[in-house]
Design a protein around this ligand. Structure first.
Ligand code: GLU
Length: 278
């Protein structure tokens, strides 16, 4: 009885999937796994201005923890590091880049959220951060989100921290939304704005980059679970990426990559998180 109704449910699902072509687009339905296996190359969306995480170096290469995670996962899928094209994404265009097929996956301090899951799917999490504040080193009044009253705050359009400020602190604070966090850093260093808000691990990278001029407040007020963004219907791809992450956690590569990329900023390094295999 149970077997038959389950079979019927699957049959309906299969017909629906065939009829809708699994979400539109010319290569809809093609898994990341097949793409990697057949083409032996991948385009991966990453940040280019976040030290320790995703940063374009002067020679045009990319470096940071997200880059190491991307390379490890690609290798598990059969793609060597020199066959990866890293493409810069900013917070606001990550879903669109995945949906339009401009990138095969996104590894870019990308928080897993229900709203984003409407458009893309996520493997992971491979790291857990928390929203925090970055201020000039001589700032003493801005001690946490409760002290934002009358302050000029900077964040990035399309990011979860900007969203949280707009929904929870909009009365107290004047929010300036930039395209990238590095643009925010320039405006705080220049004195036009008082603070930047985003994930603590990102802020730690900027504080280290501008040695002594900026400091992280150190009172995280959200949970940001970083996932690897994939096409919404790519269940096979999500499983393969989760398998790769599990291996990266288990064989010591994850800890090694985190220490090498983020360790220098002084950020307290966490343990690898629990994967969410939904
Ligand atoms: N993790 C947050 C997000 O995905 C903030 C960092 C970012 O904008 O990349 O929105």
């Amino acid at each position: 009885m149970f077997g038959r109704s389950l079979y019927a449910a699957f049959a309906v699902l299969a017909v629906t999937a065939a009829a809708t072509g699994c979400g539109g687009g010319s290569d809809a339905g093609a898994s990341l796994v097949d793409k990697a296996k057949n083409d032996k190359k991948l385009v991966i969306g990453v940040k280019a201005d976040q030290p320790g995480l995703g940063l374009r170096t002067p020679d045009g290469a990319f470096a940071g923890f997200d880059i190491e995670v991307a390379k490890y996962v690609a290798k598990q899928l059969g793609v060597e590091a020199n066959a990866i094209t890293f493409k810069e994404t900013v917070s606001a265009n990550r879903e669109a880049f995945i949906e339009q097929g401009q990138v095969d996956m996104v590894v870019a301090t990308y928080s897993i959220t229900d709203a984003r899951k409407e458009k893309v799917s996520f493997a992971g999490p491979y790291f857990v951060a928390g929203q925090d504040l970055l201020v000039r080193a001589d700032e003493s009044g801005l001690t946490g989100p409760e002290a934002l009253d009358g302050k000029k705050l900077c964040s990035v359009a399309g990011s979860t921290p900007a969203q949280k400020v707009k929904s929870e602190y909009s009365k107290e604070v004047q929010l300036q939304e930039e395209r990238t966090y590095s643009a925010c850093v320039d405006r705080v260093l220049g004195g036009q704005l008082d603070a930047i808000t985003t994930d603590n691990v990102i802020l730690a990278g900027y504080a280290a980059q501008h040695g002594g001029k900026l400091k992280v407040v150190g009172k995280p007020f959200s949970t940001e679970k970083y996932g690897i963004g994939l096409k919404k219907d790519d269940t096979t791809g999500r499983k393969a990426v989760n398998d790769a992450l599990e291996k990266m956690f288990a064989d010591g590569s994850w800890t090694q990559a985190l220490q090498a990329s983020v360790g220098a900023s002084g950020f307290a390094l966490p343990q690898a998180p629990q994967l969410e295999r939904y």
